[in-house]
Design a protein around this ligand. Structure first.
Ligand SMILES: *[C@@H]1O[C@H](CO)[C@@H](O)[C@H](O)[C@H]1NC(C)=O
Ligand SMILES: *[C@@H]1O[C@H](CO)[C@@H](O)[C@H](O)[C@H]1NC(C)=O
Ligand SMILES: *[C@@H]1O[C@H](CO)[C@@H](O)[C@H](O)[C@H]1NC(C)=O
Length: 455
């Protein structure tokens, strides 16, 4: 086993993942679903129409689809109430299109809500388990019992124009002891690769987005309110998160704006490459930006088992917090945050200054309400090592189109040594070694990140 050539290992891995994604050839027919008993026959077809119906309580509406299937929702679907773990709905298959046509999945949340979510009270089913590639679009989710979307798989998958309306859970009910009745109603929990989530609206009582693992995940032009903001994490042990693009989102009336939360006791994990562009955060009640390696504590004793690198505020991010809230706080374990983070694209106002205890941040001063006028002396020393590289990226929005010219120029070779497998080996602001260990090659991923991959 250990002597298997790496190319053979790779081939085996590809074959395994291909079969794991369950490619299935369907029939050129149209299946119709008006009850769960129609599902088995309908999923033989590559076109499926779903009429309005009620899903039997305690059962999953499970669509294991043939490759290339198109699913059209033609009416609202209501999910029966039962105290079980769920999921209420599941979809899998390669190159699948699900079009909700603006219709509603009603989870009957008020029949479960007791203010305790997944932490106690009655057992509540998770709602949507999505692991297809292709497109999932134009659906309204009403009143989720607890977590809404669990996104898995390897994509490529675009999720768009979804409205999650759990706003009725903001109010207390007879079972919630004065607390909001809805709890742990996360919008999108993502453990997946190659995912684009765009143009969605999330009104809930927990994270709008929570990325637990995966790479190449874009969250773009979404609107979040009522919950806990846009999160990466919490990051537990032995996970990799890379190349996360948080772009053009609006977060209002939420506990936090943008968070990266890493478990204090996690080991062997990396988060590398988080790029924030054009996000607007307002009426934030607790923390505007919070990067914290002490989870589940807030700003407690940080761990060192998650290596966090390349957190960049590229341009146009504005954070406005309540007067009792904290604008920006960064709590890194010793040596666990690495590289230069360019935060010139972040402007924070209102509330209190937070503590930022990572010295690798440039272009941002946490003492004022603007970012460009007051630069603290602790951050200016770093900029001298990076000024030669920035000439190739004249503007952050155009940098993607000029990648061919920047690929080999965005690194500094000032450090010696070699980079381990999967480690960072280049990118704007990066000052470490650029040579990979034997058998690995430094490959451009984006302007801010190059990585050692198998040659
Ligand atoms: C990244 O994910 C998006 C969205 O699924 C996909 O379109 C794109 O091809 C992916 N990029 C790479 C390099 O795989
Ligand atoms: C940040 O502060 C915490 C708590 O005081 C401390 O444990 C940690 O070592 C500090 N990190 C750095 C990088 O100074
Ligand atoms: C930080 O990013 C801004 C905007 O992209 C750029 O103008 C500036 O030169 C960068 N600073 C450093 C130190 O890389």
């Amino acid at each position: 086993m250990y002597s298997t050539p790496s190319s053979l290992l790779f081939a085996t891995f590809v074959a395994f993942t291909a079969s794991a994604s369950a490619e299935r050839v369907g029939k050129r027919c149209t299946g119709t679903i008006s009850s769960l008993s129609d599902v088995a026959a309908a999923v033989e077809c590559t076109t499926i129409n779903i009429n309005s119906f009620t899903v039997t309580a305690g059962e999953t509406f499970d669509l294991e689809l043939a490759t290339g299937t198109t699913v059209n929702l033609l009416g609202d679907v209501t999910f029966g109430v039962s105290n079980w773990a769920g999921p209420l709905f599941q979809i899998a298959g390669t190159s699948v299109t699900f079009n909700g046509n603006g219709h509603t999945f009603n989870g009957n949340g008020p029949s479960y809500w007791d203010g305790q979510g997944g932490n106690g009270g009655v057992t509540k089913p998770k709602f949507m388990k999505i692991k297809n590639s292709g497109v999932f679009t134009n659906l309204k989710i009403l009143n989720s019992p607890v977590h809404v979307f669990s996104v898995g798989g390897s994509g490529p998958l675009t999720i768009s124009s979804i409205t999650i309306d759990d706003s009725a859970g903001d109010a207390a009910n007879s079972a919630s002891g004065g607390d909001p009745a809805g709890h742990n109603t996360d919008g999108f929990d993502v453990s997946a690769n190659n995912i684009l989530i765009k143009d969605c609206v999330v009104m809930n009582q927990d994270d709008c987005l929570a990325i637990n693992k995966g790479s190449n995940i874009t969250f773009q032009n979404n609107k979040c309110s009522g919950g806990h903001g846009i999160s990466i994490g919490s990051i537990s042990s032995s996970v990799t998160v890379s190349d996360i693009y948080i772009t053009g989102n609006t977060v209002t009336d939420s506990d936090n704006g943008l968070r990266i939360k890493m478990d204090a006791d996690a080991t062997g994990s990396t988060v590398s490459g988080v790029y924030y562009t054009g996000n607007t955060l307002s009426t934030i009640h607790k923390y505007g930006v919070l990067i914290d390696q002490s989870y589940p504590d807030t700003l407690g004793t940080p761990g060192t088992g998650v290596i966090l690198s390349n957190v960049q505020f590229i341009s146009g991010n504005t954070v406005s917090v309540d007067s009792s809230a904290t604008r920006v706080a960064v709590n890194c374990g010793s040596g666990a945050c690495t590289g230069t983070w360019n935060w010139s694209g972040l402007a924070a106002s209102g509330g209190k200054t937070g503590t930022v205890n990572y010295s690798g941040i440039t272009g941002f001063s946490n003492t004022g309400t603007t970012t460009t006028t007051t630069k603290s002396s602790t951050t200016t020393t770093k900029t001298t090592t990076t000024t030669t590289k920035t000439s190739t990226t004249t503007s952050p929005t155009t940098s993607k189109t000029t990648t061919t010219t920047t690929k080999t120029t965005t690194t500094s070779a000032s450090s010696t040594g070699t980079v381990a497998a999967y480690g960072q080996c280049g990118g704007i602001g990066y000052t470490g070694p650029t040579t990979c260990v034997s058998g690995w090659t430094c490959v451009y991923s984006n302007d801010y990140y190059s990585q050692c991959v198998q040659a």
